[in-house]
Design a protein around this ligand. Structure first.
Ligand code: TXA
Ligand code: MG
Length: 317
């Protein structure tokens, strides 16, 4: 399907497509999203069909600002603090939905809660303005596959299952948003992501709680054990590649033999996050079926990077 440069004309056309119930892939500061009108159940159903995604997974609804979020859901005091500190940006808040919120039940999988995000990417903001609708958007990849950080990745994964792909180059962050449940008394980290947990804890002045993890009924399906998976098998905490393996490296000590992709030769976690998903796709494209992965430190964005690597390395369903 058409990959077009995200010019004002194309964004206006994309806004009309959203209002008509079609699917538009668009850039955000985290990864590319597969967007549909969140108030239109049939449009939301097309997202699940295009991704081949199990329909019990609730979606993130994107709105232009805090006022847009408040029309849909109830902000708790800690939710409001986080919104003030991190919106617009790579933070998703799970809140109690308003009973009169015009969101299709399919977008929330029938849950009484709603996940809302205010993206900072100018094209995402322009699309929200052009459509005038809350936009439900999971990452624009086939279910279980690596999230797209380029328009080309969307095309490879979804092809003609999407009506328009807006291209604005590489997603700056390269990791999905951090998902925090603020619907109850304490803030719960459902998915590590683009905003480090430490930064969130600093704003709250308390530590985040861990979710009650029931693998049969995950609170956030991003928590399913095997997720974000490339085709190649990953071996974590490697210091070198074996004969048959490519190497996903981090830091200056990386050996340079076979196919090596260094996430950040300087050992910079922000740079590593931006390169992660494209690197996993590149090993598949080069035909490797095994990849050794060097250790990445677990603080800051490293927590989300390690979370994605563990899921990519987990036994496949
Ligand atoms: O960065 C991102 O968040 C990207 C861009 C496109 O905005 N979107 C994204 O969406 O990653 P998706 O659908 O791939 O991930 C949504 C996450 C899942 O882990 C889902 O389970 C969780 O949010 N989620 C959504 N609604 C929820 C709810 N009501 N309660 C708990 N978790 C929820
Ligand atoms: Mg996803």
């Amino acid at each position: 399907m058409p990959v077009v440069e995200a010019t004002p004309d194309q964004i206006a056309k994309a806004g009309q497509l959203i209002r008509d119930g079609a699917l538009v892939a668009f850039p955000t500061e985290t990864v590319y999203g597969l967007g549909a009108d969140a108030t239109n159940g049939e449009a939301v159903a097309r997202i699940f069909a295009a991704k081949g995604r199990p329909s019990f997974n609730p979606l993130i609804v994107h709105v232009p600002d805090l006022a847009g979020a408040e029309r849909l859901a109830h902000l708790t005091p800690h939710g409001r603090k986080l919104a003030a500190a991190f919106w617009p940006g790579p933070l998703t808040l799970v809140m109690q939905r308003r009973t009169d919120a015009p969101i299709a039940d399919l977008a929330t999988a029938g849950l009484p809660t709603l996940a809302v995000r205010v993206p900072s990417h100018p094209v995402a903001q322009a699309l929200l303005a052009a459509s005038g609708r809350p936009v439900a958007a999971p990452s624009a990849n086939r279910s279980g596959h690596v999230s797209p950080t380029l328009a080309q990745h969307v095309k490879e994964d979804l092809g003609n299952r999407v009506d328009l792909i807006l291209d604005a180059g590489a997603a700056a962050l390269g990791l999905e948003s951090t998902v925090i449940d603020v619907s109850g008394e304490t803030a719960v980290l459902l998915r590590p992501g683009g905003i480090p947990a430490e930064a969130i804890e600093a704003v709250l002045g308390t530590t985040l709680s861990a979710p009650v993890n029931n693998p049969e009924a995950p609170t956030a399906p991003g928590m399913l054990a095997s997720h974000y998976a490339p085709t190649a098998r990953l071996r974590l905490n490697a210091t070198a590649a074996l004969d048959n393996e490519a190497l996903l490296a981090f830091g200056p000590a990386a050996p340079s033999r076979r196919m090596v992709i260094n996430l950040s030769p300087a050992g910079d976690l922000t740079e590593a996050a931006a390169h992660l998903f494209a690197a996993l796709r590149a090993f598949d494209a080069a035909g490797y079926d095994a990849v050794a992965v060097m250790p990445v430190p677990g603080e800051g964005l490293g927590r989300a990077i390690n979370d994605r690597l563990r899921r990519a390395a987990a036994p496949r369903a």
